[in-house]
Design a protein around this ligand. Structure first.
Ligand SMILES: Cc1cc2nc3c(=O)[nH]c(=O)nc-3n(C[C@H](O)[C@H](O)[C@H](O)COP(=O)(O)OP(=O)(O)OC[C@H]3O[C@@H](n4cnc5c(N)ncnc54)[C@H](O)[C@@H]3O)c2cc1C
Length: 389
């Protein structure tokens, strides 16, 4: 197969600064050289490639959008490009990065005290500590406001009781950002993984994001000092602010998975002969390839526009909703169409396409399903909330 060079039909690369191009190329090289050789065995085993944690930290991308505290302070486009390249390898690599950077570190950066930022962010940026973000519960996914995890004030701090589910990186985390109800309001707490009462149980047998480490987190009367409350958290909206950072990364990342599928399928279609000719020469096949390339390009345009808006400080959550659900759906559609063009060969895991398609099923669900983003947009358009009716 020809080396991967990405797709740039709308000449968007022309918008990149030298620094942005360098970030993209560095991550592309990392994925090609270090990640690709280990992805398939780990995908088969259903294990996260822990051997990549050090090199991933070495890329300097943990908390890369944060300024200060040992973080790179990258612009939105550079961060997005990095997510795109990581997800070209596997969505689990981007998920790992998203949780560390956009969820755990962002929660501390946006809502933490200066002491908490100094304590955690430099260590997390260097990869010496990993974080997780625990919002979802088994009975409260799309509706996290219904959470049952509670914090009560006790002498010197808080006691947290409940159970979180589907928590990425919890098994590796030194600190978990736990969202719990304190009185009637939702607040964020820093819960060190080694506190008595914290249990982490890996969720096994996933058919999607097989390389991701995802777990249930038990919180059995876990005592944390007052200093572990994230002081600036002001209800569920504070958690959603972090999710918006992650959703921005997803809107970019999924394009990498889609590009990987298209790259592999183009190569195959040019080599695969049926009825004595390469299938790439048939009009029906070209129509599919053209549609996929066009949709991918429109997704890229959207992602680039989002980055401009983010850097200008104008990005609205309704725009992020459009990009998250549309780009995730576009990528999933492309992966499924590519799988079809690969024929029977496409069900083999030696081809990356079906792995990406399976991953994208989960990416479509987490960080707000298509329905949730439609409801967010619907409320934005009409002023009427249809979440519970
Ligand atoms: C691999 C993976 C990793 C994850 N990592 C994390 C993590 O690190 N931290 C974390 O907190 N969470 C995490 N999650 C959880 C994720 O955010 C939730 O799965 C997601 O919010 C959806 O919740 P649910 O699975 O309970 O689905 P549900 O909310 O039960 O939804 C099921 C279906 O019902 C639809 N639906 C629900 N309500 C409505 C409505 N009002 N109107 C119309 N349709 C509706 C949904 O769109 C969906 O199609 C992860 C999930 C996965 C799969």
């Amino acid at each position: 197969m020809e080396p991967y060079r990405g797709f740039d039909l709308l000449a968007l690369d022309g918008k990149l600064t030298d620094d942005e191009r360098q970030v993209r190329d560095t991550v592309r090289e990392f994925v090609e050289r270090e990640a690709m050789p280990v992805i398939l065995p780990h995908f088969r085993e259903g294990t996260f490639p822990t051997e990549l944690m050090g090199p991933l930290a070495g890329l300097g991308l943990f908390g890369a959008h944060i300024h200060g505290y040992g973080c790179a302070g990258l612009g939105a486009r550079a961060y997005g490009l990095a997510m795109q390249e990581l997800e070209r390898g596997d969505s689990a690599l981007r998920s790992f990065m998203s949780v560390q950077s956009s969820l755990a570190m962002t929660a501390i950066w946006l809502h933490g005290s200066e002491e908490q930022k100094q304590r955690w962010l430099p260590e997390m940026a260097a990869g010496h500590s990993l974080g997780a973000f625990a919002l979802t519960e088994a009975d409260h996914g799309s509706d996290p406001g219904g959470m049952e995890t509670r914090a009560v004030a006790v002498r010197g701090g808080f006691r947290i009781t409940g159970a979180k589910h589907w928590i990425t990186n919890a098994a590796f985390a030194k600190v978990i950002v736990v969202w719990a109800k304190l009185g009637e309001g939702v607040r964020g707490f820093l819960v060190e993984r080694d506190r008595p009462g914290v249990t982490v149980e890996e969720i096994k047998h996933k058919l999607s994001l097989r390389m991701s480490s995802v777990a249930g987190v038990g919180l059995d009367g876990v005592d944390v000092p007052e200093a572990n409350l994230l002081p600036a958290t002001k209800g569920l909206v504070s958690a959603l602010e972090c999710l918006n950072h992650a959703r921005f990364g997803i809107a970019w990342g999924v394009l990498g998975a889609a590009a990987a599928c298209l790259h592999e399928t183009l190569d195959y279609a040019k080599r695969r002969k049926q009825f004595s000719r390469p299938i790439a020469g048939y009009q029906l096949v070209q129509a599919k390839l053209a549609d996929m390339a066009a949709e991918l390009s429109l997704g890229q345009l959207l992602a680039h526009h989002l980055a401009d808006e983010k850097d200008a400080g104008r990005l609205h959550f309704s725009q992020i909703s459009i990009a998250k659900y549309r780009n995730a759906q576009t990528a999933l559609d492309i992966a499924r169409a590519c799988r079809d063009l690969l024929g029977a060969a496409g069900i083999l895991d030696e081809f990356a396409t079906m792995r990406h398609a399976m991953n994208l099923e989960a990416v479509n669900t987490y960080e707000g399903t298509r329905h949730m983003h439609q409801l967010i947009l619907g409320r934005h358009l009409t002023g009427l909330s249809a979440f519970d009716g």
